[in-house]
Ligand binder design. Structure first.
Ligand SMILES: [Zn+2]
Length: 293
């Protein structure tokens, strides 16, 4: 498997063994490497899942031939519409409907969600339902540059494989903790109307686009928790309950939704390589605009 792909030997062996021994998780998350490699790896893995030869994928059986021609009826590929900035919640709902059907040719149905970081919080939450109670014949393969772009609840229900050799410095537990804490600090400043501190914090990320992207990703679950608390529910996903509580008391649900959508749109702008300084400026001005609106 993966012979022609530039992915780490360790990762390749782990996936190959999991397929061979029939213990591949129902939700595989492929992170790292470049977009093209991630897509190719996800298709190769899907082919190995539907192949019924002993050497998977054999590249000779009808399932492999169809998979190679991108027309296997049991391999479904969800990829962001070029015109859209996100994978929409409706697209996940359609996928959920498809996931209720039995496979046509193979023993399993494989759903690839390519560049899963484009799923907003709502889409990820919609996906979570099938992640929790999957049918035995369903497999999901999610690809993304880094698992940190996904909700903790999604990550914890899947198996993460890192495709690239180089260990990203931004992927360590300390880095993730740092982004989570920074996200929390931004939101505390916002609640306390401490605009000066907010600007000071922002300036720390002036030369650190990748790290700021992680912070934006970490802001969303806290805002989402605030929204959940405003609606008198307590299914929280972040570790910053106090901040979420404070936000829920200071902001209306509409404003929280605006903040979530705005944070996600900034994140997309960074991914789409927009002018980074402009993104930072918008971040500061719009957060306070929404607050004071
Ligand atoms: Zn085959």
């Amino acid at each position: 498997m993966f012979e022609n792909l530039k992915i780490s030997e360790k990762c390749s062996n782990e996936l190959e063994n999991a397929v061979k021994q029939g213990r591949l998780s129902h939700a595989v998350i492929l992170e790292g490497a470049d977009e093209e490699t991630r897509l190719a790896a996800s298709k190769e893995l899907a082919k190995a899942i539907v192949c019924r030869s002993s050497q998977k994928p054999c590249n000779n059986c009808p399932d492999c031939i169809k998979a190679n021609a991108d027309c296997h009826p049991d391999i479904h590929l969800l990829i962001k519409d070029e015109k859209s900035t996100v994978i929409k919640v409706d697209e996940i709902r359609t996928l959920k409907e498809q996931a209720k059907l039995f496979p046509n040719d193979a023993d399993s149905c494989v759903f690839i969600i390519s560049e899963a970081q484009f799923m907003g919080i709502q889409a990820q939450n919609a996906l979570l339902k099938i992640f929790e109670e999957p049918s035995s014949f369903i497999k999901f393969i999610l690809t993304c540059p880094s698992k940190s772009a996904l909700l903790e609840t999604i990550i914890s229900r899947g198996s993460v494989y890192r495709l690239s050799n180089e260990e990203s410095a931004l992927n360590s537990d300390e880095e993730i903790q740092f982004s989570n804490d920074s996200a929390n600090k931004f939101l505390v400043c916002l609640c306390e109307s401490n605009e000066f501190e907010f600007l000071k914090l922002t300036s720390q990320f002036q030369k650190d686009k990748d790290r700021f992207q992680l912070v934006l990703t970490a802001i969303v679950p806290i805002l989402r928790d605030a929204l959940v608390l405003s609606n008198l529910s307590d299914e929280l996903i972040s570790n910053y309950k106090d901040t979420a509580k404070m936000l829920s008391l200071k902001f209306t649900s509409d404003k929280l939704i605006n903040l979530i959508e705005f944070t996600q749109s900034l994140s997309q702008q960074i991914l789409a390589s927009a002018n980074y300084n402009l993104v930072l400026t918008r971040f500061c001005s719009a957060f306070y605009q929404i607050k004071n609106s």
